[in-house]
Design a protein around this ligand. Structure first.
Ligand code: PMP
Length: 379
C-alpha cells in the first residue's frame, strides 16, 4: 500500500498515508550519541553471533526490571530486528507438517515463516466481538497431536489487543495440559500500552521453559531502521538459533548493539513521552472513527493502530465499483479517498482495515475527513 501511495504521490496526488507500522519520531538523541561514541571507540568489527555480552546483560536487567522475569545472559540472543528473531525461532522449532496455532488477526510474517518452514498454519478467527483475543476454549479446540507452536503478539499488531494477566493465566491453564507446545510471545509493542502494566505469558513458571519472548528496539525506542531485536528463551533454543544466525547473517550490527545498551539502561523518558503522544492521538482517532456511520471498532489497548470493522459497507459500490471485501475497501480508499490503510485480509481478517495513528494530529484529522467522505459516497 505504501508503494501504491508513493506512485500516487509521484503523480502529484496528495495522499494521507496511514499504512506504516513505525513511530513518526526520531530516535532519542542520547541513543544516537551512544552510537557515535561506539564508532569512535572502534565497535566497527564483527560482534559475537548472539550479541555483545554487555547487551545480553542489559537485556537480562531489563527483563527483570520491567517484566519480573529471570533469565541468564546465555538465555538471551540478539538479532537483526524482531523479524529475524522470529525467523530463527520458527525455523528452529517447526519441522515439515508441524502445526502452528495463530489467532487472527495476526502479524503477517508469522504465517509466512511457518510456511517457509513447511509447517501448517492453523488460524483461529478472533473477531471484534472477542476484542480480537483468543479464548481458552477456542485455543483448546484448535490443538491436535501435531500442534507444535502457538504464536501471538500482545500488544497486538494489527488489533491493538492487550492480554491481561488473567487472560494469559487462562491460556496458560490450557498449555499446561499440552507440554509439547512452544509459545512465541511477541512483545515488541510492550511500552506502547494504554491500559497499565504489560504482562508476559513467560511469567507463569510452568511455561517459562517453553516460551520464547520476542522483543526489540524498533517500536518502543523509535529505532526501526537500526534493525535490532532479541529473544529470551531456553538455552537449547538459543543454541539452535545461534547456529542458524551464524550462517545467515552472523551477529547483528555492532554499532546498533552498543547504542541499544544505552537505550535499555538510560532514561526511558523519551519513550514514555512518545507513548503519551500516541495516547493523545488514540483518544482523538477512536471516537472519530466510532462517529462514522457503519464503522464498528474495538478500542486498542496498545500499539498504534486502529482496526475498524468496515464490513457493513460490503455489497455497496461507487460509480459501478463494488466493495465486497477488505482488499476492495483498501483500494477504494486509496484511489478515491486518497487515504491509505492496510487491508485486514493481510492480517487474516477480512472485515477490517488497519490505520496507523503514528502520524501527526493534522494528518489524522484530514485522514478522518477523507474517510468519512469516501464511506458516505458508497451506495
Ligand atoms: N512483531 C510485530 C508484531 C511487528 O509489528 C513488527 C514490525 N512491524 C515486528 C515484529 C518486527 O520488528 P523489527 O522491525 O524489529 O524486525
Amino acid at each position: 500500500m505504501a508503494k501504491l501511495g508513493r506512485e500516487l504521490k509521484a503523480k502529484g496526488i496528495n495522499v494521507i498515508d496511514l499504512s506504516l507500522g513505525e513511530p513518526d519520531f526520531k530516535t532519542p538523541q542520547h541513543i544516537i550519541d551512544a552510537a557515535t561514541e561506539a564508532m569512535n571507540q572502534g565497535y566497527t568489527k564483527y560482534p559475537p553471533i548472539a550479541g555483545f555480552a554487555e547487551l545480553r546483560e542489559a537485556i537480562v536487567t531489563k527483563l527483570k526490571r520491567d517484566n519480573n522475569l529471570d533469565y541468564k545472559p546465555e538465555e538471551v540472543m540478539v538479532s537483526t530486528g524482531a523479524k529475524q528473531v522470529l525467523a530463527n525461532a520458527i525455523l528452529s522449532i517447526i519441522n515439515p507438517g508441524d502445526e502452528a496455532i495463530i489467532p487472527t488477526p495476526f502479524w503477517v510474517t508469522y504465517a509466512s515463516l511457518v510456511s517457509l518452514a513447511e509447517g501448517k498454519n492453523v488460524f483461529v478467527p478472533c473477531s471484534i466481538e472477542d476484542h480480537f483475543k483468543i479464548t481458552p476454549e477456542k485455543l483448546e479446540a484448535a490443538i491436535t497431536g501435531r500442534t507444535r507452536l502457538f504464536i501471538f503478539s500482545s500488544p497486538c499488531n494489527p488489533s491493538g489487543a492487550v492480554y491481561s494477566r488473567e487472560e494469559l493465566r487462562a491460556l496458560a491453564d490450557v498449555f499446561v495440559k499440552y507440554p509439547d507446545i512452544v509459545i512465541i510471545s511477541d512483545e515488541i509493542y510492550e511500552y506502547i500500552n494504554y491500559v497499565g502494566g504489560h504482562e508476559s505469558i513467560a511469567q507463569f513458571t510452568e511455561l517459562r521453559d517453553r516460551t520464547v519472548v520476542v522483543n526489540g528496539f524498533a517500536k518502543g525506542f523509535a529505532m526501526t531502521g537500526w534493525r535490532l531485536g532479541y529473544m529470551a528463551a531456553p538455552k537449547e533454543l538459543i543454541q539452535a538459533c545461534d547456529k542458524l544466525q551464524g550462517q545467515f547473517t552472523s551477529g547483528a550490527n555492532s554499532i546498533a548493539q552498543r547504542a541499544a545498551i544505552t537505550a535499555l539502561l538510560a532514561d526511558l523518558t523519551p519513550s514514555f513521552d512518545m507513548v503519551k503522544a500516541f495516547k493523545e492521538r488514540k483518544e482523538y482517532i477512536i471516537p472519530a472513527l466510532q462517529a462514522i456511520p457503519g464503522i464498528r471498532i474495538s478500542a486498542p489497548e496498545g500499539a498504534f493502530y486502529a482496526f475498524p470493522d468496515v464490513s457493513s459497507f460490503y455489497g455497496k459500490s461507487y460509480n459501478g465499483q463494488a466493495i465486497n471485501n477488505a482488499d476492495d475497501m483498501a483500494m477504494y480508499l486509496l484511489h478515491t479517498g486518497h487515504v491509505i490503510g492496510v487491508s485486514g485480509a493481510a492480517f487474516g481478517d477480512n472485515n477490517c482495515i488497519r490505520f496507523s495513528f503514528a502520524a501527526s494530529m493534522d494528518t489524522l484529522r484530514e485522514g478522518i475527513r477523507r474517510l468519512t467522505e469516501a464511506l458516505a459516497a458508497l451506495q
